[in-house]
Design a protein. Structure first.
Ligand SMILES: [Zn+2]
Length: 232
């Protein structure tokens, strides 16, 4: 710290002169006792001063720690916001790529112009990969732009007043958008391609109905569980 602690000098306590008269010795002893008292007071004051200074340092330290924490919390918040923006940008970029892509094979690629690799070509055959999921659903992925078509799940077609996709409890189901997505998906499964379809081990998803005790189909549950996934 910048300011040095000011210390007062210890009081010199005179010795009683054994050769002096008794009265003189008493006076000297009284004086010594008074001086001793003063010295004790002085030391007490010094100790208090040190205590106060210590407390000040402690408070400064706490303040610095609080400031540090505030800064790091602010940093975390900013990082999170930045991440959110990056994800939103990525989504917007992906959406744009999906719309400009023909999802087809062919096209000319030159060292100078490789755009066709991400925007698709003009051949009759589609540059897509069809994959049969574990429950039998067919997913289609464009090898050029990465767009993935999967059976639409109703849960993902709820929108708020501003048209943003929200959880079912927070919005209304859009039948139009859902049916449009179903059509889009059906079209994608029929894309003509000579790429062979890959498959998974096939399973049926069923759960036991709590009321009847019978096995019921749980394909929708499976679809909902993986609806935010792509074949990337
Ligand atoms: Zn594509």
């Amino acid at each position: 710290m910048s300011k040095e602690k000011e210390t007062t000098k210890p009081t010199a306590i005179p010795e009683v002169d054994p050769t002096a008269s008794v009265e003189e010795q008493i006076k000297q002893a009284e004086l010594a006792a008074k001086l001793m008292e003063l010295e004790i007071k002085r030391q007490e004051l010094e100790a208090k001063g040190i205590e106060i200074q210590e407390r000040k340092y402690h408070i400064q330290e706490l303040k610095a720690k609080l400031a540090d924490r505030e800064i790091s919390e602010k940093q975390v918040k900013e990082d999170r916001e930045q991440q959110g923006r990056t994800i939103a940008q990525q989504e917007a970029t992906d959406k744009y790529r999906y719309t400009v892509c023909t999802h087809k094979k062919g096209g000319l690629v030159s060292p100078r112009d490789q755009r066709v690799l991400s925007t698709g070509g003009n051949a009759a055959q589609y540059a897509v990969l069809k994959h049969q999921m574990i429950n039998g659903d067919i997913w289609v992925r464009c090898l050029r732009c990465g767009k993935t078509w999967a059976p639409p799940v109703e849960k993902n077609f709820f929108f708020d007043a501003k048209g943003r996709q929200v959880a079912p409890v927070d919005g209304e189901f859009s039948k139009v958008k859902f049916e449009h997505a179903v059509e889009d998906y059906k079209r994608a499964t029929m894309f003509e391609t000579n790429n062979s379809m890959s498959t998974s081990v096939q399973c049926r998803f069923r759960i036991v109905d709590a009321e009847t005790g019978k096995l019921i189909d749980a394909t929708d549950l499976y679809r909902e569980g993986i609806s935010s996934t792509t074949l990337r």
